[in-house]
Design a protein around this ligand. Structure first.
Ligand code: SF4
Ligand code: SF4
Length: 262
């Protein structure tokens, strides 16, 4: 399964610097991307116009960068007509490019853009990928969840630890458990403990690390992951208790479904 662009309802562009801005909330990014996409679609595809766009779009949109080491690419935009999938506007398949690859004109150069794949794209467990793809329909949430291997892995590991059974994809995707899981995944864009934060940071450059084999360590990892996303510190007791309650509810809901099957 293609983690970057799994279907026509959503996609990811985190490694193009999409979330590396001080205000990474959905509404802000959505407006920025729409404006950028509309401007790009009006360009004739000449080297001069594409290069000029790089300068003018950066200046016009006054992007406030979060991590100065990570480039925020001005060519990331919407690549479909319904403005639901984000991606590279220089890609040969992007609207208006007629099969021509313009990625050589960007900051990283063509080879880097073609060959880069984040750790999540190869290290995420297939079950997590399938479930995230089935549940998430929005690009903003999808890009934050699919690139954070350790968030998904810790939620699933904790659920299995409480259940004392492996998660069955078909069970967790049923209406009752999936509502609870979706709530947990949605915390990556909106979390009660970080209401004031404008930051939505993607963990796309982190590798998968070994998860602890105890409940409190897994709960800590989930909270740490959320704190990284929102660039905040929280009272661990309250946040940990909330995470534990929701994951226990998820495990309980899965158990109820399994009992119905007996
Ligand atoms: S961050 Fe990973 S999943 Fe997202 S577009 Fe880049 S390579 Fe694909
Ligand atoms: S040019 Fe490269 S960095 Fe920029 S949007 Fe395209 S793939 Fe991403």
């Amino acid at each position: 399964m293609n983690l970057c662009h799994p279907d026509s309802s959503k996609s990811c562009a985190a490694c193009c610097g999409l979330y590396n801005v001080n205000d990474g909330r959905r509404g802000t990014l959505n407006s920025l991307l729409i404006e950028r996409t509309l401007a790009f679609r009006n360009l004739s595809r000449t080297v001069a116009e594409i290069c000029d766009f790089s300068v003018s779009s950066g200046a016009r949109q006054l992007i406030s960068q979060l991590d100065p080491e990570i480039h925020v690419c001005e060519y990331a935009g919407f690549v479909d007509d319904s403005y639901s999938t984000v991606g590279c506007m220089l890609h040969p398949n992007a609207p208006g490019n007629k099969g021509i690859d313009f990625r050589g004109l960007c900051h990283y150069g063509s080879m880097a853009c073609k060959s880069f794949f984040c750790p999540a794209s190869s290290e995420t467990h297939e079950t997590c990928v399938i479930i995230a793809n089935r549940l998430i329909t929005d690009w903003h949430l999808y890009g934050l969840v699919c690139t954070d291997i350790n968030y998904m892995t810790a939620i699933f590991a904790l659920t299995e630890m409480i259940l004392e059974l492996p998660i069955e994809t078909e069970v967790i995707l049923r209406p009752n458990p999936s509502v609870i899981l979706m709530e947990l995944l949605s915390w990556k864009t909106s979390w009660a403990f970080a209401e004031k934060s404008l930051t939505r940071r993607s963990a796309y450059y982190f590798k998968r690390f070994d998860q602890p084999n105890n409940e409190s360590g897994l709960v800590n990892n989930i909270v740490d992951s959320l704190c990284f996303t929102f660039d905040c510190l929280v009272s661990s007791n309250e946040a940990n208790a909330m995470v534990r309650r929701r994951v226990m509810a998820l495990a309980d809901s899965c158990k109820q479904e399994m009992i119905k099957d007996k």
